[in-house]
Write a protein that binds this ligand. Structure first.
Ligand SMILES: [Zn+2]
Length: 300
């Protein structure tokens, strides 16, 4: 059923239905988001954009077993024979399932993301494999193929009656974050850059608070009606302002503490507690210290 205007009640219900870090995508379960866009809601949310001639899948799920689930759903929905695959960033739950896609699938991603995958992909596969026996099994023998197409800033895919604009707008969560905007639906698949009540994840020095806020401005200018975030419940265009309000407030407070001479470790602790009180319905304040670390590094 189309989501149409999903209110906060529906969004909360869906968030509760998705156990974060449960790494198997659901079978036979797609949500119709807008005329041409479908989502498999899971970890992560996977987008399927269906045109008259071609289908675009956004993210593979973790490892080939999840990739096979995605392929099955995409083939059920597809109207044309051509299949494109793109990935929102290089982390394993988004990009390590491409081996399950049929030969002839056209893999496309930003050049920055491909370079990052080549530089750090193996490190992240090893890190994720260490999280649990199930993660390890899903990521066994992952072989990543080379993309057929790489692009600098934007590529437009005409899928037949629907166009997907694949965008690279800078570094935020990773250096190679990609966003997909679907026209005429007005549906945005923003990767990790817009989520729903989840603290922005900035795992290392490749992440950028300034970059992230800059991307939110650019995404807001697209005026999306529906948003399929990589993680968290699906929602409407208001998710962008929600994300920005949180991140800008955290940035401002961290800069204040830095000016007062508070150590970065202490600021991380203080602001985790402060933002837990300010945003009680956000999932976990675990990523706050890493955001604070980036703010300190960026305001030298
Ligand atoms: Zn990620």
């Amino acid at each position: 059923m189309p989501l149409r205007k999903m209110g906060p009640v529906g969004a909360v219900a869906m968030a509760m239905a998705v156990a974060q870090n449960q790494p198997l995508l659901p079978q036979n379960s797609v949500t119709h988001v807008s005329e041409h866009v479908y989502a498999i809601v899971g970890w992560p949310n996977v987008g399927i954009i269906v045109g008259d001639r071609a289908t675009l899948v956004v993210d593979t799920g973790m490892g080939p077993r999840n990739g096979a689930t995605v392929v099955k759903e995409a083939q059920k929905l597809a109207k044309g024979p051509k299949l494109y695959l793109t990935t929102t960033h290089f982390h394993p739950e988004h990009a390590s399932g491409d081996a399950a896609f049929p030969p002839g699938t056209i893999l496309i991603r930003p050049v920055v993301q491909q370079e990052e995958l080549q530089a750090r992909g193996a490190e992240f596969l090893a890190m994720f494999s260490g999280r649990s026996a199930q993660f390890k099994e899903l990521l066994q023998d992952v072989k990543l193929r080379r993309p057929d197409i790489v692009f600098d800033r934007e590529v437009k895919l005409d899928l037949g009656a629907v166009t997907a604009r694949l965008l690279w707008l800078g570094a935020g969560h990773t250096r190679g974050d990609e966003e997909t905007f679907v026209e005429p639906d007005g549906t945005l698949l923003p990767g990790d850059i817009v989520e729903n009540k989840l603290v922005p994840s900035m795992p290392n020095a490749d992440s950028s608070v300034k970059g992230w806020l800059g991307m939110l401005d650019q995404l807001e200018a697209l005026r999306p009606r529906f948003i399929v975030p990589d993680h968290g419940a699906l929602g409407d265009g208001a998710l962008i302002a929600q994300e920005r309000t949180f991140l800008a407030a955290l940035q401002a407070r961290a800069m204040e503490l830095k000016r007062k001479g508070t150590s970065v470790e202490e600021a991380g602790k203080l602001l985790s507690a402060e933002f837990k009180a300010r945003y009680p319905d956000w999932e976990s304040m675990g990523p706050v210290p890493n955001v604070v670390r980036r703010v300190y590094a960026e305001s030298q």
